[in-house]
Design a protein around this ligand. Structure first.
Ligand code: SF4
Length: 369
């Protein structure tokens, strides 16, 4: 997959852009002023593979907690600031490795300029986070939105998002500041795609991608996957945040699943389970077996020393091993029984009730070889 060529920006020790691996980030949902709770969540996120963490900084108490959070986070900390440029300046001076501001609500050009000066002093980048929900008034395409058809609405909003980003890039570059990452987000997948595509035509700053406010559960995951995968398949995106109404650790898990499904990144221990949808040929309880295999292997997936593993759980021996040839190991069902196969070749046949334990034993054996 050909990736867009961009400038290199570093968030702490994590390189973003210029062909570096697409980094995965998330955002805490604890009170940032509660450093202990925030660090506990960051620790959980780190175990899941999160590489950059963003914390909301809504008040002075949050700023005061930043030094302790930064010291304990073991990954770069990005301060997320809205409305108050004094908080942005204080967070930068507290030692965060990047700021995320929405210049549209930070209070005008002079205030943005003051924030930029402190970021340059501190040697940290700024992410310009443009969001369809908080566009500057003069850029909101409201009249057109009321009149236009759906396609025109998307284009107008995408253009407005890019215009907002361009305006704020100009503020920053006027101060000779180039350490910029940009995000253009909408809760509409198509608006987000169009905005990022348009932006990439005119700028080479790295892109932070995601679908904002994607929602909860399956619909949030699908919406995020559709949008993020479509962007990545066009070579757009240098760092990813999946936004879900869910525990933040799920955002990281979903982000890895999206990157792994596109062959872009797999985390150590990454587990991919290929399982067939079942059909009239299926003669074993494949749904139960797939669930048990996943449960049994999830612990392994969180082990940073484990190698990536692709396991196939297929309903029949006629098509199973062939369809799952790219799996490392797998099961193919038969009549109340099944075979264990490795790299597409049958290893042994076992009764249905022994399939999961035989598969796990074969995985252990394979990893000891
Ligand atoms: S692998 Fe076999 S059981 Fe599963 S969907 Fe394909 S043909 Fe049907």
């Amino acid at each position: 997959m050909q990736r867009r060529s961009t400038r290199l920006v570093k968030i702490g020790d994590v390189p973003v852009g210029a062909g570096h691996p697409i980094s995965i980030q998330s955002m805490t949902n604890t009170r940032t002023s509660d450093a202990a709770a925030t660090l506990a969540q960051i620790s959980e996120l780190r175990s899941a593979g999160c590489e950059i963490i963003r914390v909301a900084v809504p008040d002075r108490e949050a700023v005061q907690a930043l030094p302790e959070i930064i010291a304990g986070a073991e990954m770069p900390v990005v301060a997320d600031i809205h409305f108050d440029h004094h908080l942005a300046i204080a967070a930068a001076r507290a030692g965060v490795q990047a700021l995320r501001i929405n210049p549209g609500n930070i209070g005008g050009r002079e205030k943005v300029r003051q924030v930029v000066r402190v970021c340059r002093e501190q040697g940290i980048p700024i992410r310009i986070g443009v969001n369809s929900g908080s566009l500057e008034k003069d850029l909101k395409p409201e009249k057109e939105l009321k009149r236009g058809d759906a396609a025109k609405k998307e284009i107008r909003m995408a253009e407005a998002l890019v215009a907002s980003a361009a305006r704020h890039i100009k503020y920053l570059t006027a101060e000779n500041f180039q350490d910029i990452i940009v995000s253009l987000k909408s809760s509409s997948v198509t608006e987000t795609l169009e905005a990022n595509r348009l932006f990439a035509e005119g700028f080479d700053y790295p892109l932070h991608i995601g679908i904002t406010e994607a929602g909860a559960g399956r619909s949030g995951e699908i919406k995020s996957a559709a949008g993020i995968a479509a962007l990545l398949s066009q070579g757009l995106g240098d760092t990813v945040r999946v936004s879900l109404t869910a525990p933040p650790v799920e955002e990281v898990q979903v982000a890895y699943e999206i990157l792994a499904s596109l062959g872009l990144r797999r985390r150590p221990g990454n587990l991919e389970i290929i399982s067939c949808p079942t059909c009239g040929r299926t003669e074993i309880n494949l749904e139960r077996i797939a669930r048990e295999v996943r449960q049994a292997l999830e612990q392994r997936a969180s082990d940073p020393a484990a190698q990536p593993l692709t396991v196939a759980v297929m309903g029949c021996a006629v098509n199973g091993p062939g369809e799952a040839a790219r799996a490392d190991i797998g099961i193919a069902g038969g009549k109340k029984s099944g075979v264990i196969f490795r790299q597409g070749k049958v290893v042994k046949k076992v009764p249905e009730e022994e399939l999961v334990s035989a598969l796990l034993a074969e995985i252990n054996k394979m990893e000891c070889e």
